[in-house]
Write a protein that binds this ligand. Structure first.
Ligand code: BG6
Ligand code: BG6
Ligand code: GLC
Length: 899
């Protein structure tokens, strides 16, 4: 009995002594809670640094956006392929996700070897090998005939700008294949897969193993918002608020961030806790100076750390009686699995003896106890460090959510966590101690990261299908060169119809004569009044023309035309106009002056003479009654009479296109076409006027109105749905109709058509110009849409921007095709091989839209290659031109009288 006690005492004493000895020797590896809290605070600062746009480039913890925005919601389904590359094992898998009432995932997988020659060889060969394994797997599973989406779990740091792309920042762990760093690994693998003609695989998602793990666990536990790997390497991901992620546009919802915490300390911030063993291990690694945090934690390094410590202790005579074996001198001889085995509860000591003996050593009882304790210190430090960083993430999550207590789940994976007997318990305990205000559930990912990767791929695949639908809709607005040439031909035919007496009545392009019969010759002079009605602004102008010098002075005032006047009676409208003239004359100190007046009236009018214009029909939001079919000059004269305050000599009524042509023609005699691409009051209108030679009258200018609706109906005979949607409408309205259509299909605004979207006219053309501006960030687009009452996500904003782009581009192309028809006609009419001319242009769409003018010009160039067309922007508006027309008409009247 006594002997037993003595033995027990002896053993306890021996143990104590050994533990004390090792504790003293590895003093620096034992981290107090105080130090851990300090490391936690450092990691919190590192995360902040990695998330900031300006600080990210120099941050060692890269905080990489993953473009995974939501955890699985159970609606995912389909059949997917998956590759799992970068952990201790390389696998190819097939995953079947089905919904059918309950969540159900079935997986079939195959492990393939990953020899060092491949993982550290040539990059092309690495991806070829991966593709070969995939091909082999598909052959065995009889999947070759299928087109399957693939999720690629690639467990290395990648900079992603979208889900299906990732540039490798650096290799870590055991990989170092040449020529892969800084390239997109998705396209590398795609290229390798393409070499197999019988494979049809689409890589839809690239995910880090941490992300896959988080998603796998989140499929079973919706509270899961963190993924941690403690395996060959170590890393964590978590769901971050978009508003904190500077590197990705948008501020709505959350996105998963791959922290790449393995690189924590690479900037020297952990030097105070790194030991001589960490430094030695680092020097002998594949990537010295890199992944310093990982090298204190993960499975690839724990065994080696233990070996280096044992060697040093042996050298110091503290172990094995100072004896060292050659195995103990050999790098990699102690692995993490050995460390785990040595720390086992019961068999631990026996395992230690066996392992040490296998290393060619002859350990005493005391040696075995000491070595076991070395293992404990090394693996405990690992768990402590992980706990500190994880505590920082949990605190961040809690603060993001502004909660006093956070309840959350952390998805876990990795061989260290899975096979080490004490590791999970230690980790959990320390985390709970460091963040007492977080209730954390640790959930082991039983099925690896693949299930999660398949979830991400399922969502990507749904997004891709939606994308295809959107592309299909927008494709209807893309015109080929042939289609545009067709529009040009038909416009050309319409121009001829419109000009001929016989066909004129039926022609869609009306070709209205304007009776503007002469260009200014420089002798005009005097003071003229001009009105400019029908554009965005209503203006009254005083234009002083000085003879000989071709110089004009203008004074103008903008007046509002209230909606109730636009849509009231004709009398009210014209009384309002006369009221504005009276105010202007008053303002200019010209009360009671009797001046000749040119009236820019930008609506379709049939003219019988230069001062007679019968309104054919209102456009651009005007609806005043009793005007259509009436002579607007008469109506103006009547209104002046009613006011009985001043008398004006209304000499000419002109369309804005004609005014613009004259404004520009005054400076450039080559200008014989006027074009307006404007917004009107709230809509967009494109119209064109040009000079037509009529031998019997000399040069008579005629105007062709090439309105946008007339053009659209020419282009889409084959698509009734969109013909209906586009004909007779303006750009903004077309956009609104497309948005309604996409929403109905569930592709926008979460499928909800708001009251606002149902409202006609909400999309003024100016919004198109703003939304399409390249300088505008997505957030600003979203703000514009919000101002319009459309509550959109960032994805919605991208789609709206695309819709606007497609619609305005088509408008510019159609306008260009129409213009090309006119310039070609001018060239042929004059029998010229080559024609050089200028088009005077005005209108807010042309002036303010970021792309309209460029696309228009490109189209004209392409469709009328024999014409050298210059575009001249009318800076002074069409009022100046109206005054010039009035001056010319006055001069001609005078000449006529004298004659
Ligand atoms: C596996 C996952 O379970 O764990 C992999 O499927 C991951 O994606 C791996 O990389 C990490 O652990 P280890 O120990 O294999 O590196
Ligand atoms: C102005 C002209 O500059 O442009 C108007 O003076 C013309 O006559 C207008 O109607 C067209 O552009 P918007 O965009 O104002 O309709
Ligand atoms: C390494 C990789 C990282 C991965 C981790 C776990 O740290 O850089 O991407 O998640 O290992 O496998």
């Amino acid at each position: 009995m006594f002997a037993v006690h003595l033995l027990a005492f002896y053993f306890t004493k021996l143990k104590e002594d050994q533990i004390k000895k090792v504790d003293r020797f590895l003093y620096h590896m034992r981290l107090s809670d105080e130090i851990l809290l300090d490391i936690m605070a450092r990691f919190q600062a590192e995360m902040e640094k990695g998330l900031g746009k300006d600080t990210n480039p120099t941050a060692s913890v890269k905080m990489l956006p993953t473009f995974v925005r939501a955890i699985p919601d159970g609606s995912e389904n389909g059949e997917f392929l998956s590759l799992d590359l970068g952990g201790s094992k390389f696998r190819v898998l097939k995953v079947q996700v089905s919904q059918e009432g309950k969540r159900n995932v079935q997986m079939e997988s195959q492990f393939y070897p990953m020899p060092n020659e491949i993982s550290r060889g040539n990059g092309v060969e690495l991806f070829d090998y991966v593709a070969d394994c995939l091909s082999d797997f598909m052959k065995h599973k009889e999947l070759k005939h299928k087109k399957l989406p693939l999720g690629f779990t690639f467990s290395f740091p990648c900079r992603q700008t979208k889900l299906e792309e990732g540039v490798l920042l650096s290799w870590t762990k055991k990989f170092k294949a040449r020529g892969v760093q800084d390239t997109d690994v998705v396209s590398r693998l795609t290229n390798a897969i393409k070499k197999h003609k019988d494979l049809d695989v689409d890589i839809l998602a690239l995910v880090n193993d941490t992300v896959g793990t988080m998603m796998t666990c989140a499929y079973d536990d919706p509270y899961c918002e963190v993924g941690v790997i403690i395996g060959t390497g170590t890393n964590a991901c978590y769901m971050e608020d978009m508003s904190h992620i500077d590197l990705v546009e948008g501020d709505e919802g959350r996105m998963c961030i791959n922290t790449e915490w393995g690189a924590f300390g690479d900037d020297g911030s952990l030097e105070d806790i790194r030991t001589e063993f960490d430094r030695e291990l680092d020097l002998g690694s594949l990537n010295p100076g890199k992944q310093l945090f990982e090298k204190m934690i993960s499975g690839l390094y724990l065994g080696e750390l233990v070996r280096l410590i044992l060697l040093k202790m042996a050298k110091a005579g503290l172990l094995f009686g100072g004896e060292k074996s050659s195995a103990l001198h050999t790098k990699g001889k102690i692995e993490t699995q050995h460390v785990a085995a040595m720390e086992k509860y019961k068999e631990g000591l026996a395992n230690t003896r066996e392992i040490l003996t296998d290393l060619g050593l002859e350990p005493s009882e005391a040696d075995c106890i000491a070595v076991q304790h070395v293992c404990t210190i090394v693996s405990f430090r690992s768990a402590n460090l992980c706990a500190a960083a994880l505590a920082a993430i949990l605190t961040r999550l809690r603060e993001n959510k502004k909660l006093a207590r956070l309840r959350t789940t952390v998805g876990m994976d990795g061989t260290v966590y899975k096979i080490h007997p004490q590791y999970p318990k230690r980790l959990h305990k320390v985390v709970r101690r460091l963040v007492p205000n977080c209730d954390v559930r640790f959930l082991l990912s039983e099925s690896g990261s693949t299930k999660g990767a398949a979830m991400v791929t399922a969502v990507a695949s749904r997004v891709q299908a939606q994308r295809k639908q959107i592309d299909k809709v927008l494709a209807l607005f893309q015109l080929t060169r042939e289609q545009l040439a067709g529009v040009q031909d038909r416009m050309r035919a319409e121009l001829e119809y419109g000009l001929k007496k016989k066909t004129h009545a039926l022609a869609t392009v009306k070709m209205l004569p304007t009776y503007v019969c002469g260009m200014p010759d420089g002798t005009e002079k005097g003071k003229f009044l001009a009105l400019d009605l029908g554009g965005t602004n209503f203006r009254v102008l005083l234009v002083k023309i000085r003879s000989g010098r071709r110089s004009v002075r203008m004074y103008n005032k903008i007046f509002a035309i209230p909606l109730e006047i636009m849509q009231g009676t004709g009398e009210e409208l014209f009384d309002h106009i006369v009221q504005c003239i009276a105010d202007f004359l008053d303002y200019m100190g010209l009360k009671g002056a009797q001046l000749p007046l040119g009236f820019t009236f930008s609506f379709p009018c049939r003219q019988m003479s230069i001062d007679k214009g019968t309104l054919i029909g209102w456009t651009k939001g005007f609806k005043a009654t009793d005007c259509e079919g009436e002579d607007v000059v008469d109506m103006l004269r009547e209104a002046i009479k009613r006011r009985n305050e001043f008398d004006l000599d209304i000499v000419a009524v002109v369309n804005d296109t004609v005014g613009t042509m004259m404004t520009c023609g005054y400076e450039d005699p080559n200008c014989e076409i006027g074009l307006i691409a404007g917004s009107g009051i709230q809509q967009c209108v494109i119209a064109c006027g040009y000079i037509n030679d009529m031998p019997s009258y000399g040069r008579l200018q005629k105007q062709a109105r090439a309105d946008f609706p007339a053009l659209t109906s020419l282009v889409y005979p084959s698509s009734p749905r969109y013909e209906k949607m586009t004909s007779g409408m303006y750009l903004g309205e077309i956009v609104r109709q497309i948005l309604i259509d996409l929403t109905k299909r569930g592709l926008l605004f979460r499928g909800q058509i708001s009251e606002r979207l149902r409202t006609r006219g909400i999309f003024e053309t100016k919004f198109l110009s703003q939304i399409e501006s390249d300088r505008l960030a997505l957030l600003q687009v979203r703000r514009i849409l919000q101002q319009l009452g459309l509550d959109s996500t960032c994805e919605d904003s991208i789609i709206v921007k695309e819709v606007c782009g497609a619609v305005s581009r088509r408008a510019a192309q159609l306008c260009g095709a129409g213009l090309a028809a006119i310039v070609e006609k001018r060239r042929e009419d004059q029998g010229l091989e080559h024609l050089k001319l200028t088009v005077g242009v005005d209108g807010t769409l042309y002036k303010l839209h970021p792309h309209f003018s460029r696309v228009l010009q490109e189209t004209v160039k392409e469709l009328a290659p024999k014409c050298d067309v210059a575009f001249m922007l009318s800076e002074d508006g069409s009022g100046k031109g109206a005054a010039l027309i009035t001056a010319v008409a006055k001069r001609l009247q005078q000449a006529h009288k004298e004659f």
